[in-house]
Design a protein around this ligand. Structure first.
Ligand code: ADP
Length: 334
């Protein structure tokens, strides 16, 4: 578990990049930190392994404040925290095997053990056939796979990812995100990733914190934030996603029509709530459009429907939806 308390970072005693942040990241989380460029994400993630020193605050990893331990202990802790970067940071003069071995050489592993471990890691990232290649002979996705293997060499508990898919095309991004998710499951890792892309959060994170101007402005479970974003910046970041619900919904604007949008998370979607409400309140519901956003933890469904019938009963139907945590937005009330 990672506990961050009152974390503050000023550059040159002047620029306030991270402002008094509190965060709790549970073991096994894939925790995403999202925000626009300059929000302070990179400063924050680099403080977790002390690549960057905080101005004040606490970072407690598995019960120990890494800002209070001596250098020897810090090096030991760092072995248990792997990190990957946007531009891979591979050594161009070393082969794939040599890049991964490097992380083990500096920790004093023997030649035979290194060979065995490198082979194991290459299998894990599905790059066994590229062992003797140099980074310049690899695609972006393959380079990131090498970087992931290197980051995992010392069996870390934590993987930090600094915009790891930002330099990749959408298809390669998906394959790297799938790899991170598989590895997280297989090894029980805690993953902390920063990104400016909401699709990364949607595709692999279970929790998210939204950062703006050095502060966490909103955080929680991914499906809850997607369903009910409280902050305007979060809404904007979600709106950049090419989701079905963003399409213009066409209907005739006739006086007396009432059109509402219902949004619900997976477990609600499995129950026949809509038909129950129709029966109970004796109103007519016509479905105009529907879509589903698949998040990593669950699905969010959206239905745009027209309500017909007695106004009072319509209100009671809306209350009935809200009681079972279906979000209701009136999008036309003619
Ligand atoms: P993000 O990762 O969200 O883009 P950063 O953490 O990189 O944000 O940067 C946050 C702010 O801190 C930016 O305004 C940036 O210019 C500033 N900053 C980052 N690193 C340094 C540095 N080494 N010296 C001075 N200012 C910095």
């Amino acid at each position: 578990m990672i506990i961050i308390r009152n974390l503050d970072k000023r550059y040159n005693n002047l620029f306030h990049a991270v402002k008094n942040i509190d965060l709790k990241i549970e073991k096994g989380d894939i925790f995403g930190i999202i925000g626009l460029s300059g929000a302070g994400k990179s400063s924050l993630i680099k403080m977790i392994n002390k690549l960057e020193s905080p101005t004040s605050g606490e970072i407690i990893i598995n019960g120990e404040d890494i800002l209070k331990i001596n250098n020897k202990k810090l090096l030991e802790k760092r072995k248990k925290i792997g990190m990957i970067f946007q531009h891979f940071n591979l050594l161009s003069s070393r082969t794939v095997k040599g890049n991964i071995a490097f992380a083990l050489e500096i920790c004093g592993w023997g030649k035979k053990e290194i060979e065995e471990r490198v082979n194991e890691l290459l299998k894990l990232v599905e790059l066994e056939d590229k062992k003797e290649n140099y980074p310049s002979q690899l695609s972006g996705g393959q380079k990131q796979r090498v970087a992931i293997a290197r980051a995992l060499a010392n069996n870390p508990d934590i993987l930090l990812s600094d915009e790891a898919t930002s330099a990749l095309d959408p298809k390669t991004t998906k394959s790297i995100l799938n790899l991170i998710r598989d590895i997280q499951k297989k090894l029980g890792l805690t993953v902390v990733l920063i990104t400016h892309q909401m699709e990364v959060i949607r595709d692999i994170c279970n929790r998210v914190a939204v950062m703006s101007n050095g502060e966490i402005i909103e955080s929680g479970l991914v499906h809850e934030i997607f369903l009910q974003p409280k902050n305007q910046i979060t809404r904007e970041l979600i709106s950049y996603l090419p989701m079905e619900e963003e399409k213009e919904i066409e209907f005739q604007k006739i006086k007396g029509r009432k059109i509402i949008k219902l949004s619900f998370i997976g477990d609600v979607a499995n129950k026949p709530i809509i038909s129950d409400v129709i029966k109970k309140y004796d109103i007519d519901i016509n479905i105009i459009s529907g879509s589903i956003d698949a998040l990593t933890t669950m699905r969010i469904g959206h239905l745009v429907v027209e309500l017909n019938g007695d106004e009072k009963l319509q209100k009671r139907a809306i209350n009935a939806f809200e009681e079972v945590r279906i979000k209701v937005e009136v999008i036309y009330n003619g």
